[in-house]
Design a protein around this ligand. Structure first.
Ligand code: CTP
Length: 402
């Protein structure tokens, strides 16, 4: 269900391809989207509002108001409600109206009010499609950031052969799904740990590691983009979350990260442990700078394992995901961590893979889960890696919501 919970307006205009809009709406509903259909008066000549209302499970909107009862179909409210506006089929006339910014019918007025991404799937005869006016109008739409789903070539209703056939509904749905961010984390609260920790030796020195925090921040942003409320418990890094709804809790040491995580986890649905927590901390922290550099010994104590603590605290329905950065016996070590820490899944990156690990903008991961499944992924930038990891997390949410 790639469009679960998405609000999509399907605009249908007066083209012979309007019959394809019925299948399109059916597929969008199957992908979990909530649909409102707006038809232009001319579209009603090609397909009945009854068919479209039945498939979309909602009355079709055509006019600005209903003279029978005085109710108003607010293009402004529709424009705000929608996560996407898809006009399929889009005639040369509607495209011209959009390019000119006219508001002569409910669909055109809604286009002007829409705050969401707009997609048009043109359908017309070959000569209309290549007419300089249409070419110019489509260029204008593209310049406005409107996505034009190119028509395909083939036999047209006119009997002519050429470009102008509306793209097939399956392709349009794939296109739309690829460009709309899923809303599949809405209503969920997630804890993400990120970055290194600094374990102070004295006021100017600390024990730490090379973690940049990039992976954890990418995960927090991806979760927030997909609708989750995110609590990002972050060690000291030079990053800021991109998404405004990520709440960042700054910590410095492993002990501080432990306390914040253990306190926040009970209110969360999931925890993604991306931090590279220092494994050791100086047994004592000196309040004055060390001056004696002869015979220097630094007694260290192990830090608390935060992932293991959350794995132990986990209630039914809560998900805990961990990371493992390995140089040898990757699978064996990672699966051991997965089991020892009671994680639901573990994301492994090998320091032997070029482009993976600390500091890079890219990562190459393998995911092992507690059910014994393994998924390998290609080298990708950390934003795309975050998508793969959150896709995995979401499968647990759906399992729980069943
Ligand atoms: N982790 C943690 N708290 C720690 C150490 C690790 O929460 N004190 C988490 C990390 O965030 C990561 C996972 O545990 O999700 C694995 O971290 P890693 O350092 O690879 O594992 P360790 O258990 O420390 O094992 P080792 O250093 O021996 O490889």
């Amino acid at each position: 269900m790639t469009l679960r919970g998405k609000h999509i307006i399907v605009g249908v205009t007066g083209s012979i391809a309007a019959y394809k809009a019925a299948m399109l709406v059916r597929l969008l509903v199957r992908e979990g989207a909530e649909i409102r259909v707006i038809m232009t008066p001319a579209a009603k000549e090609f397909i009945t509002p009854l068919s479209m209302a039945t498939l979309s499970k909602y009355p079709v909107l055509v006019e600005f108001s209903n003279p029978e009862n005085g109710s108003w179909n607010s293009h402004v409210s529709l424009g705000v409600w929608a996560d996407a506006l898809l006009i399929a089929p889009a005639t040369a006339n509607t495209i011209a109206g959009m390019a000119a910014g006219t508001a002569g019918n409910l669909l055109l007025a809604t286009c002007l009010s829409a705050r969401c991404p707009v997609f048009v799937a043109p359908a017309m005869d070959v000569d209309m499609f290549r007419h300089p006016s249409t070419v110019r109008n489509l260029k204008t739409l593209r310049e406005q950031g409107i996505h034009v789903i190119e028509p395909s070539s083939g036999e047209l209703a006119s009997g002519l052969d050429g470009k102008g056939r509306m793209e097939e509904p399956e392709t349009i749905v794939r296109w739309l799904s690829g460009r709309l961010i899923p809303d599949d984390c809405r209503g969920k609260k997630a804890l993400v740990t990120a970055g290194p920790t600094h374990e102070p030796i004295d006021p100017v020195r600390f024990v730490s590691n090379y973690s940049s925090g990039k992976m954890g921040y990418a995960l927090a942003d991806e979760l927030a983009r997909r609708g989750a409320e995110v609590l990002l418990v972050s060690g000291p890094v030079e990053l800021t979350p991109q998404h405004p709804s990520v709440k960042r809790i700054n910590v410095r040491t492993a002990e501080e990260m432990y306390r914040a995580s253990v306190e926040l986890f009970p209110e969360c649905d999931a925890a993604v442990m991306a931090a590279a927590v220092a494994d050791f901390t100086p047994a004592t922290t000196l309040s004055r700078k060390i001056k004696d550099k002869q015979n220097m010994m630094l007694p260290l104590l192990p830090t608390k394992d935060i992932a293991a603590a959350l794995g132990k605290m986990k209630r039914a329905g809560q998900v805990v995901a961990g990371f493992a950065l390995e140089t040898d016996n990757e699978t064996e070590n990672a699966v051991k961590k997965l089991n020892d820490k009671h994680l639901d899944f573990i994301v492994v990156n090998s320091l032997n893979d070029p482009g993976a690990g600390f500091g890079y903008d890219t990562n190459k991961i393998t995911i092992h889960d507690a059910q014994g499944n393994t998924q390998h992924f290609d080298l990708k930038n950390k934003t795309d890696v975050a998508k793969d990891i959150i896709d995995k997390l979401v499968t647990y949410f759906h399992e729980k919501d069943k």
